[in-house]
Design a protein around this ligand. Structure first.
Ligand SMILES: NC(=O)c1ccc[n+]([C@@H]2O[C@H](COP(=O)([O-])OP(=O)(O)OC[C@H]3O[C@@H](n4cnc5c(N)ncnc54)[C@H](OP(=O)(O)O)[C@@H]3O)[C@@H](O)[C@H]2O)c1
Length: 377
């Protein structure tokens, strides 16, 4: 009896025929995971390649190999985050070519050496990566330490958004508690992270003044339970915001807009307040700050960057944060998914994100094309 193997690329499956002279041949289908192991992973993959600021396209590149302590993940989904947009514009790195995408989800199909990587083999994980070896690809290599096994009830889609925003939401809540802020302001409140902050604050009974820039954005926040919403485009924005600051005694603002907004927040908050700046959505320099507020009213502006905080607070803090995330991924740290696109539809996906930034996350799903092809065959 002999067994003959055939690889069928459209299905990414391995077929085998067992030929025996005393019985009829049988046919088995072997999954692509097994296939990768069989072929010792030396083929090509599709990935978005960034070759300079705003110069990117879908390319065939070699599948990377995991080194010691690393794993190879077959990607299922990766979100488009504001940090990715900054990366595409050339604002984070200056070495090209690179594959964008800082986080995502998939299945570990290979490990370099090391116990952690070995223990993750075959597991569904969320992962994050360093600049350059990004998740907008069919496969990604990352450190096994940058992976988190996904609970059974968490989908690849939710899992793909497990790190960037959930970590920030947990750190922001810790910052609120450590500094005993009794009420806060948040800007761009209809963002994915803004909704996580709002849900977390409602759970902890901390009033939030939500700043949006369009009236339609108020609806989704009210559905979550927002009580205080102000529109920065309205004529009485400053009056409304000040009224809420005074009545709730808000002593902190979490601002991801920058520009004039940060200055307004500093000027309107009371003595000893802090504005934590954690984003730069307006892409404008901070302006309009009256220096007297900093000198005589002891107000402060502080940058808040999750990666720096995790590094400073150490591995035990990170474990604590990840435990909270696993518990809350389907609850306070849930991400709304607005749409999904194949990697090859990157331009359409980016246009969709540009036109609907408050609708929820846009996911790039590397296997979508293959799945659709299969449906059509
Ligand atoms: N520091 C850190 O460590 C850290 C970690 C995670 C996230 N972040 C930051 O958190 C922010 C939110 O991220 P996300 O993933 O939740 O965003 P997202 O879901 O992609 O949503 C972006 C939101 O920003 C709003 N927006 C865009 N430009 C704006 C502007 N100039 N003024 C006011 N609102 C504006 C959009 O509203 P419209 O619909 O009105 O455009 C939309 O609601 C980003 O700045 C991101 O970089 C920082």
């Amino acid at each position: 009896m002999i067994r003959i193997f055939f690889y069928f690329p459209a299905r990414q499956q391995l077929f085998s025929f067992k030929i025996s002279i005393i019985s009829t041949p049988d046919i088995n289908f072997v999954s692509s995971d097994c296939l990768l192991q069989w072929l010792s992973i030396n083929s090509m993959m599709r990935a978005i390649l960034l070759q300079g600021p705003n110069k990117f396209r879908l390319k065939q590149v070699p599948i990377p190999k995991p080194a010691k302590g690393e794993v190879l993940i077959r990607m299922e989904a990766a979100p488009i985050n504001p940090s990715d947009i900054i990366c595409l514009r050339g604002g984070i790195q200056n070495q090209y070519p690179l594959i964008p995408g800082f986080e995502g989800s998939g299945t570990v199909v290979e490990s370099g050496s090391g116990f952690l990587g070995w223990s993750l083999k075959g597991k569904r994980v969320a992962c994050f990566t360093d600049v350059g070896n990004g998740t907008w690809s069919e496969y990604v290599v990352t450190s096994a330490k940058k992976c988190m096994q996904l609970p059974k009830d968490v989908s690849f889609e939710q899992g793909a958004c497990s790190f960037t925003n959930p970590i920030a939401a947990v750190i922001i809540m810790d910052t609120i508690k450590e500094n005993s802020h009794k009420a806060i302001i948040q800007t761009a409140a209809a963002s994915s992270l803004g909704k996580m902050i709002l849900r977390s604050c409602i759970k902890e009974n901390i009033p939030v003044i939500n700043v949006v820039r369009r009236d339609e954005q108020a609806k989704s926040l009210k559905e979550i339970g927002a009580k205080y919403i102000v529109n920065s485009s309205s004529r009485n924005f400053e009056y409304e915001l000040k009224k809420h600051i005074d009545s709730l005694n808000a002593t902190a603002a979490f601002d991801c807009v920058g520009g004039e907004m940060t200055g307004n927040l500093i000027n309107l908050l009371g003595k000893n307040s802090v504005v934590y700046v954690y984003g730069m959505l307006s892409q404008e320099k901070i302006t309009e700050i009256d220096p007297a507020e900093l000198i005589f009213n002891r107000k402060k502006i502080e940058g808040l960057w999750t990666q720096e905080i995790i590094k400073r607070k150490g591995v035990y803090y990170l474990i604590k944060v990840l435990k909270k995330i696993v518990k809350e991924l389907s609850g306070t740290l849930k991400t709304d998914i607005a749409n999904e696109f194949d990697l090859g539809e990157i331009d359409t996906a980016l246009n969709y994100y540009r036109d609907n930034p408050s609708a929820g996350k846009i996911l790039l799903k590397p296997k979508m094309l293959t799945e659709n092809q299969n449906k059509n065959t």
